[in-house]
Write a protein of this length. Structure first.
Length: 307
């Protein structure tokens, strides 16, 4: 059954979306990170890459590393951040430094949406809140994850978890100035992972992005969690045409081919390479759901949802 889902994923992705097929390439792998290997892995990843801040739309800026991504949304009344990288040092180097590099003021950071309760996404948030008074926004479900006596993952290379601030649930909106984003609970990677709908313009032309909030299968062979992710991905695939998502983004650059697209922009591409169209966004989520189903089939094929 895994092979059938891999075949369906590859058919949905085609050549142009092959970058979303990562989970299809690891059928049968362990779904847990050994405790004695986690810190070593993180050391290799934290701070990886040079500063490469780039405005990819009129109102969206990439402030990431070659591992994890912060997206900045400038508005008429300040800046919304989606995620905050690993720690204070990265927040200083890549978020504050990146904003300054493109002529924006970090003091304008007003809101930080944390996609999920893992340190590579919340690690710099407490520092930015303390320095600029920014609100930290997360799903109520994942605030509860951070309030547990023991975190799913923790490491001294990450900033400390922020204290509960603003809680949201599925379908809630966040408005700053002239911009309103919509937050969707898309559980799977964590119980309360948030994906974000962002209205964009490119030289004045309207577009709409969906930022997928969490993709790793690092929670062990928990069939229920795999099912949650499949259903979240199927939901967003169905929404792509209905909502007009024509831009697919992630908070890790490997899943949305950020660097490849930045290279194309710098080379003078014909059109914005981040605009892939609603059909391709739908296909991306369909392919991803089949890859997760293929992984689930490797240990509990009866659990794969059929609806």
């Amino acid at each position: 059954m895994s092979a059938r889902h891999v075949e369906a994923a590859e058919a949905a992705a085609g050549q142009e979306l092959a970058y979303v097929l990562g989970h299809c390439k690891k059928i049968g792998k362990s779904f847990t990170i050994p405790h004695d290997k986690g810190h070593e892995m993180l050391e290799r990843l934290v701070g990886k890459g040079d500063l490469r801040s780039t405005a990819i739309f009129d109102n969206l800026v990439f402030l990431g590393t070659s591992w994890t991504t912060t997206w900045a949304i400038p508005t008429s009344d300040g800046i919304i951040l989606i995620d905050a990288l690993n720690n204070e040092d990265e927040a200083k180097r890549f978020i504050e430094g990146g904003l300054r590099e493109i002529g924006l003021d970090p003091a304008d950071i007003k809101k930080i949406v944390v996609s999920h309760a893992h340190g590579d996404h919340y690690g710099g948030a407490a520092y930015l809140k303390e320095k600029y008074g920014a609100e930290i926004i997360m799903s109520d479900t994942d605030w509860q994850e951070l309030e547990k006596d023991e975190l799913q993952f923790d490491d001294p290379l990450w900033g400390r978890p922020p204290k509960r601030d603003v809680s949201v649930s599925d379908g809630d909106t966040v408005t700053l100035g002239d911009t309103t984003i919509t937050l969707l609970e898309t559980p799977g990677h964590t119980p309360g992972t948030l994906s974000t709908i962002v209205p964009l313009t490119d030289d004045g032309t309207a577009h709409k992005a969906i930022i997928w909030g969490g993709n790793g299968l690092n929670f062990g062979p928990n069939a229920a969690q795999f099912v949650q992710m499949i259903e979240s991905q199927r939901r967003l695939a169905a929404m792509a045409g209905e909502e007009g998502f024509d831009v697919f983004l992630s908070n890790h650059k490997t899943l949305d081919a950020t660097y490849t697209k930045l290279d194309a922009m710098e080379a003078g591409s014909d059109g914005n390479p981040f605009v892939i169209g609603t059909g391709q966004v739908e296909r991306a989520f369909t392919a991803m759901s089949h890859c997760v189903a293929a992984q689930l089939a490797s240990f509990d094929p009866e659990a794969i949802p059929t609806h």
